[in-house]
Ligand binder design. Structure first.
Ligand SMILES: Nc1ncnc2c1ncn2[C@@H]1O[C@H](COP(=O)(O)OP(=O)(O)OP(=O)(O)O)[C@@H](O)[C@H]1O
Ligand SMILES: [Mg+2]
Length: 292
């Protein structure tokens, strides 16, 4: 209902929280050097043969991987291996970096997100992003969440907007803590609350996928635990791709894990398998602390 505009702009059926629709295209297992299965049965996103260059320097080398409905996919690997670069491909945030060039194919529910017909603002609402450092707007708690729905025309009147704000804050596990201070600045909240506010802001525009780049690295262990619980709850309604330096965090929150090394996607698999029985020597060396 509310994301009708999104649906039109990306030529995609309106989102529901019911059983995911079957993928419109039968995806073939791609030809790849990556160890493990990179495809999933019902992908919400597919990436094929993705290369990313910054000027002459290649930062991502021929990466193919799917993202499933209602999964948490974690991306791990040593600093500089290209995790953030690859994550940014998924909602075209690399477009904002002048030297960056992305090739290959990335689809969201069967639609090429790099197609010239794709509206990038709408894409970034459907594939939202939460950054390392909480970055609320210098506005009130309410306005932080209401801003997106307002610019995307998702509410017909004030009471609908109020409802979206409340639902988003509830889903982000923040409502009870902020319901009496909606008019106060978002920047006045604690770090963990600010990060949940950023998650609420992302949810408010009704995304399908949430990208998180080290969302807990600026938070203390208690705030981190709260976000990890939240990630698990959010999986019921969204797909989440999370970059993390914490292997414990990847093990706790994700169902699948992807290991990157110097721009290559080395191995993908069920998180439990990757952590207990990695197939590739590079993955094993990283997990056992011999590398990175
Ligand atoms: N804006 C940029 N311009 C030029 N090179 C970049 C840019 N951003 C990243 N790179 C380079 O691309 C490579 C991958 O960087 P990226 O930030 O994606 O790695 P990462 O795995 O996220 O690292 P970290 O764990 O430290 O965040 C690195 O060699 C980095 O120096
Ligand atoms: Mg990074």
């Amino acid at each position: 209902m509310l994301n009708q505009k999104h649906a039109v702009l990306l030529e995609s059926p309106a989102k529901t929280n019911d059983v995911p629709p079957p993928s419109p295209v039968q995806i073939q297992e791609p030809d790849t050097k990556t160890v493990g299965r990179v495809t999933v049965d019902k992908p919400i996103m597919t990436t094929r043969n993705v290369d990313v260059y910054y000027g002459d320097k290649q930062a991502i080398i021929d990466v193919s991987i799917d993202v499933a409905y209602n999964e948490v996919l974690s991306m791990i690997g040593p600093s500089g291996c290209g995790k953030s670069t690859f994550l940014r491909c998924l909602n075209r945030m690399n477009d904002t970096i002048e030297s960056a060039r992305v090739t290959g194919k990335i689809e969201l529910e069967g639609h090429d997100i790099y197609d010239k017909k794709t509206d990038v603002v709408t894409l970034r609402a459907r594939v939202g992003m939460v950054f390392q450092k909480p970055n609320p707007f210098p506005k009130s708690v309410y306005e932080n969440v209401a801003y997106g729905p307002r610019i995307h025309g998702l509410a017909r009147n004030q009471s609908e907007l109020d409802e979206i704000v409340q639902t988003s804050l509830r889903r982000a596990g923040l409502w009870d803590e902020v319901k009496d201070r909606l008019g106060q600045p978002g920047t006045g909240l604690s770090g963990g609350q600010q990060q949940r506010l950023c998650i609420a802001r992302c949810i408010a525009v009704n995304p399908d996928v949430i990208l998180m780049d080290e969302p807990c690295s600026a938070l203390d262990p208690i705030a981190t635990a709260r976000i990890e619980e939240l990630i698990d709850e959010l999986r019921q309604n969204y797909s989440i791709v999370i970059v993390t330096h914490s292997m414990q965090q990847a093990a706790r929150v994700s169902q699948r894990t992807a290991y990157f090394h110097l721009g290559d996607l080395i191995e993908v698999g069920e998180t439990a398998t990757i952590f207990t029985n990695p197939q590739d020597k590079l993955t094993e060396d990283y997990l056992t602390g011999r590398f990175g």
